[in-house]
Design a protein around this ligand. Sequence first.
Ligand code: PMP
Ligand code: GLU
Length: 399
Amino acid sequence: MGTRNSLQLARRMAALEPSATLAMAARAQALAASGVDVIDLSVGEPDFPTPPHICAAAEAAIRAGKTKYTPAAGIPDLRKAVAADYTRRSGLTVTPAQVVVSNGAKHSLHNAFMALLDEGDEVVVPAPYWVSYAELIKLSGAKPVLIPTRIEDDFKLRPEALAAALTPRTRMLLLCSPSNPTGVVYAPDELAALADVAIEADLAVIADEIYDQLVFDGRQSPSFPTLRPGLADRTVVVAGVSKTYSMTGWRIGWTICPEPLSKAIGNLQSQETSNPCSVSQHAALAALTGPQECVADMRRAFEKRRDLVASRLAAIPGVRLPEIGGAFYAFFDIKAALARGTNGITTSAAWCESLLEKEHVALVAGSAFGAEGHVRMSFAAAEEKLTAGLDRIARFLGA
Ligand code: PMP
Ligand code: GLU
């Protein structure tokens, strides 16, 4: 008889945290189901319905019997459409073989980490970072090296800070622009400066570009590999349809990377999950090849909401936030409120708990994103909801 319980969890589970964003959304939903008037600004999920032409393509796919296994890396037409869309928008030619379609971009990230990282490898992740990065990196056996950034730098990683974080074990740099959780968009020269350090140190780069079409004020968000010659040989671009086309539940994301790695990721996926949902793939194909007005319409709506949220938050005494150039998040500093310690509240998690309890507004604590002293608000919600939520937040902060 061993000392190990039959269902004792594997060591890799010991440090695994559940997704804080999804956990808060579940709590808010449960509270709403019990009859409480909750304003849920926790999860980052567009509130728009999936555009009708995309849903119609999925219905047609079901009727046409496209309900069987597909090639594990995705149907050829979708891989072709992803490659064509990326080539058109970035100016960098990629082939369908460089694309693997997965069960959402979260799965794409997991695939990339599993395919590239060995036990003990280090991955530089600028903090604040999206909740799942650190956990997915740890699952692969590698170590996330979290580098704090400053609100004064708009939470952008500076090349000196990246260089200072490098060790002989550093294998990878992870970048997300437009950023979840801060909404900050790096300028091309800022990304190029980071690229120079990555090239010099021979790092792989994961460029999470899932919000690349959600940029405001006429900004462009250039794809990372376009910034320096040769960068495409060391970069995995991760993106998908969840945010751009309001398709979070369909679970379609992808990696774009050099062919040998793409093949390895396809092999991994063929053992892990087989293909992503066949019907969802047809929906994603319609999203990429159909009319694109829906993308511009949603972008305009998010930009208007950004104006509302940024101006209202900035007007609250003691609240600080960076310039929100894209995505749909406001990540604001509440250190002044925490320093007052009202009702014994001194952490962002306790502050969010109390806000939910007293004002019925759900936000996510900055600690979940590696930046204590801040909270994240998603503005992927209707303006009336945002206004009511902001009124409650302002009241809670005594403004
Ligand atoms: N990356 C970032 C930065 C995200 O915010 C999200 C949203 N959940 C994802 C990846 C994963 O998206 P998906 O819904 O396609 O898994
Ligand atoms: N990315 C979104 C968020 O950060 C969706 C939830 C998740 O996948 O974590 O809220």
